[in-house]
Design a protein around this ligand. Structure first.
Ligand SMILES: [Zn+2]
Length: 453
C-alpha cells in the first residue's frame, strides 16, 4: 500500500471545488459501487469535490506528531476544534445549527420540528491514536451527500439533518456512545454524572470546561420522535468488502458481544525453591484458557480475545497468587456466542481443577444482538441496486455504533465503506479516495430515495 493514514493521495479529482447548485453529476452513481465502474468523463459529482476539501480541513486536527494517530477525546481541545469545524460546515451551507441537551451537534435542512426527518451522520471523536476514518468519514460524507443532492437539484420532501454524536468512542470516560445513550435514555443522568476520566475529571466538569451545560443532559424522546430514519455511514472495521470486491455494503446487525472476567486463584510462592509438582500456578490455567478461547472461536466462526490481564503479586521471581484475565467475545448470533463462552469457561474449569486453582467467572457487560430495521435495510438495498443488476452486500459487524444505540428507538441503518487494511482504531485504518466518493454517492442516493420527492 502506497498510501497511509488518510493522506490525500494526489490522484483524486483535480480542480473539483465546492459544490455549486445545478452542477449535475456526470459519474454513474450506482455503478460506482463496484471496482469495475466506468471511468468518469472528467467532470466530478458535487459531493466528490466538497468531500475532498472537507477531508483536508479535518485531517490535521488532533493528529499526534509522533504516532500519526488521532487523539480527539470527548470535550478536549481537539474535540472542540472538530466541533467548531462542524458548526462552520452547517452555517456555511445555510443549515439550521443546533446543539442538543447532550452536546450532540445537528445541522438541519428544512424544519427541525416538522417530524419524519431523515438523519445521517456519525461521530468526530477518536480512540487513543485512532485512524482518520472511524467517525469522520460518516460526518464528512453526510455533508458531501447533501452537497451532491443540491448539485442534482433534488427537491426535499422531508427534513434532513446531519448529526455529530458526542463521545462515541468512550476513550476518555470508559463508556462508548455517551451522546446517543443519553439521548435514547439508555444511560441515566445519575450514571452519566458518575463517569470520570483518568485524571479524575467528571463528565459534567469536562462538559462545563468545554462550554456546555451539564445540567441539561438527559433523555430526549421528543427529538427522537421527530426522526423517521437514521442512516450512519462508517468505514468498515474488517475486510469483508475487500474480500467481496465491493466498495460499499449495508449493515445487517451488530453482533451480540460481552466482557467476562476470569479470576484464577492459586498460591503465591518462591519461583526458585518451589518444586513444580508442589505449585498451584494460576498462570498455567490462564495460558491454557487463552488457547481454548482461540479454539472455541474458530469452531464457532466467532471471535474471542483475552486482551487484558492483571497478575498478583506480579513479581518476576514469584509464582502468582492471582491471574485475572478479561475475555471479550462476539459472534453473529446469541447461540454461537453462548457456545463460545460456555466452551471457554468449561475448559478453564477443567484446567483450573487440574492445577488445584480456584476459578470465578463474572460477566461484566453484555450487549445483545442489534438487528437494524429490516424495512429500512431492504429500502437501502433497493435504492442502491436500482438500475443495476448488482446486489449490494449485506454484512454483520462486531463493532458498536451510535446507530446500534438508536436502533432501539427509531428505524436505523448503516452503510459501510471498504477498508482494504481491515484495520481500525489505528493509524493503519484506511479507505481509498474512490471508495470514499462511492460512499458519498451511495449515501446521496439513499438520502434522495428516502427524503426527496
Ligand atoms: Zn465509529
Amino acid at each position: 500500500m502506497s498510501q497511509r493514514s488518510g493522506e490525500p493521495s494526489g490522484d483524486g479529482p483535480v480542480g473539483a471545488g465546492l459544490s455549486s447548485p445545478g452542477a449535475a453529476s456526470a459519474v454513474p452513481t450506482r455503478s460506482a459501487l463496484r471496482n469495475d465502474c466506468p471511468q468518469p468523463d472528467g467532470s466530478q459529482p458535487a459531493g466528490s469535490g466538497s468531500f475532498h476539501s472537507m477531508w483536508r480541513e479535518l485531517l490535521p486536527i488532533g493528529r499526534h506528531a509522533d504516532s500519526h494517530g488521532y487523539r480527539r477525546f470527548a470535550w478536549s481541545g481537539a474535540d472542540g476544534e472538530c466541533r467548531e469545524w462542524f458548526r462552520e460546515q452547517a452555517e456555511g451551507r445555510g443549515l439550521v445549527y443546533e446543539v442538543d441537551r447532550n452536546g450532540n451537534q445537528w445541522a438541519w435542512l428544512g424544519d427541525p420540528e416538522a417530524g419524519d426527518a431523515v438523519v445521517t451522520g456519525s461521530h468526530l471523536d477518536s480512540v487513543p491514536d485512532g485512524g482518520a476514518f472511524d467517525g469522520p468519514l460518516g460526518v464528512v460524507s453526510s455533508f458531501a451527500a447533501l452537497d451532491e443532492l443540491r448539485g442534482r437539484g433534488a427537491e426535499f420532501g422531508r427534513p434532513l439533518a446531519v448529526v455529530n454524536f458526542g463521545d462515541e468512542e468512550g476513550a476518555r470516560f470508559g463508556l462508548a456512545c455517551v451522546g446517543s445513550r443519553l439521548t435514547s435514555g439508555q444511560l441515566t443522568v445519575e450514571n452519566a454524572r458518575k463517569l470520570t476520566d483518568g485524571d479524575g475529571i467528571s463528565l459534567p466538569r469536562a462538559m462545563e470546561a468545554a462550554g456546555y451545560d451539564p445540567d441539561a443532559i438527559g433523555a430526549d424522546p421528543e427529538r427522537l420522535a421527530r426522526i423517521g430514519a437514521f442512516v450512519e455511514l462508517h468505514v468498515e472495521q474488517g475486510r469483508a468488502l475487500d474480500l467481496s470486491g465491493d466498495r460499499v455494503g449495508i449493515a445487517s446487525a451488530i453482533w451480540p458481544h460481552g466482557r467476562w472476567r476470569f479470576d484464577f486463584r492459586g498460591e503465591a510462592n518462591h519461583a526458585g525453591t518451589t518444586r513444580l509438582v508442589d505449585r498451584r500456578d494460576p498462570m498455567l490455567s490462564y495460558a491454557e484458557t487463552v488457547l481454548a478461547a482461540r479454539r472455541e472461536a474458530e469452531l464457532a466462526g466467532a471471535v474471542a480475545t483475552f486482551g487484558k490481564i492483571a497478575v498478583e503479586p506480579n513479581g518476576v521471581n514469584a509464582i502468582p497468587s492471582l491471574v485475572r484475565g478479561w475475555l471479550d467475545s462476539r459472534a453473529a448470533g446469541q447461540a454461537s456466542l453462548d457456545q463460545v463462552v460456555g466452551g471457554i469457561e468449561k475448559a478453564a474449569r477443567e484446567y483450573a481443577a487440574a492445577h488445584g486453582v480456584d476459578l470465578d467467572v463474572v460477566r461484566e457487560s453484555f450487549t445483545p444482538v442489534v438487528e437494524f430495521d429490516h424495512a429500512l435495510r431492504d429500502e437501502l438495498a433497493r435504492i442502491l441496486g436500482k438500475d443495476t443488476d448488482l446486489t449490494v452486500p449485506v454484512l454483520g459487524t462486531g463493532a458498536g455504533h451510535d446507530a446500534g444505540i438508536l436502533a432501539g428507538s427509531i428505524p436505523t441503518a448503516m452503510l459501510f465503506v471498504r477498508n482494504p487494511t481491515g484495520v481500525s482504531h489505528s493509524p493503519a485504518e484506511f479507505a481509498a479516495e474512490d471508495d470514499c466518493v462511492a460512499g458519498v454517492l451511495a449515501l446521496a442516493d439513499v438520502l434522495e430515495g428516502l427524503a426527496c420527492r
